[in-house]
Design a protein around this ligand. Structure first.
Ligand code: HEM
Length: 118
């Protein structure tokens, strides 16, 4: 399930409770940028994210790895649904159908940055 995918693949950077590491890895708990568009978060997971962002009042300029080669549409949907509904977050589930659709349009990590809500 999404919690297992998170513990295995994400917690090393974003922390076991999504708190991140200030200045290095952005928080997922309480991060409004990831609670809106299903398309944006699906693209972050499939293609990664690179460039300057501000999250939780801190700046980040790192590299989020791409998971298109290692996680299935169902796994990506499950882990995104997990982070959008854990640690006080509340946002609609992400469906495997949305991830499948996004997989059809490859993007660079810099192009994903341009989709990030301001
Ligand atoms: C950004 C989720 C694994 C490092 C993000 C964002 C999401 C996310 C949704 C966008 C945050 C925003 O827009 O504010 C996940 C999930 C993971 C995962 C669900 C597991 C499948 C990792 C790992 C690393 C990492 C393993 C470190 C090697 C980063 C960094 C950013 C980021 C550095 C910000 C990139 C930038 O500064 O532009 N992650 N992540 N993530 N993630 Fe992850």
């Amino acid at each position: 399930n999404g919690g297992t995918v998170y513990t295995t693949n994400c917690a090393s950077c974003h922390g076991p409770a999504g708190a991140g590491v200030p200045g290095a890895f952005p928080p997922l708990a309480g991060n409004k940028a990831i609670l809106g568009s299903e398309k944006y978060v699906s693209d972050v997971l499939l293609y990664g994210l690179q460039g300057q962002i501000n999250a939780g009042g801190q700046n980040y300029n790192g590299v989020m790895p791409a998971w298109a080669a290692t996680l299935s549409d169902a796994e990506i949907a499950a882990v995104l649904t997990h982070v959008r509904t854990s640690w006080g977050n509340s946002a609609p589930a992400v469906t495997a159908d949305t991830v499948k659709t996004e997989r059809g349009t490859p993007l660079t990590a810099q192009q994903v940055l341009a989709e990030r809500p301001q």
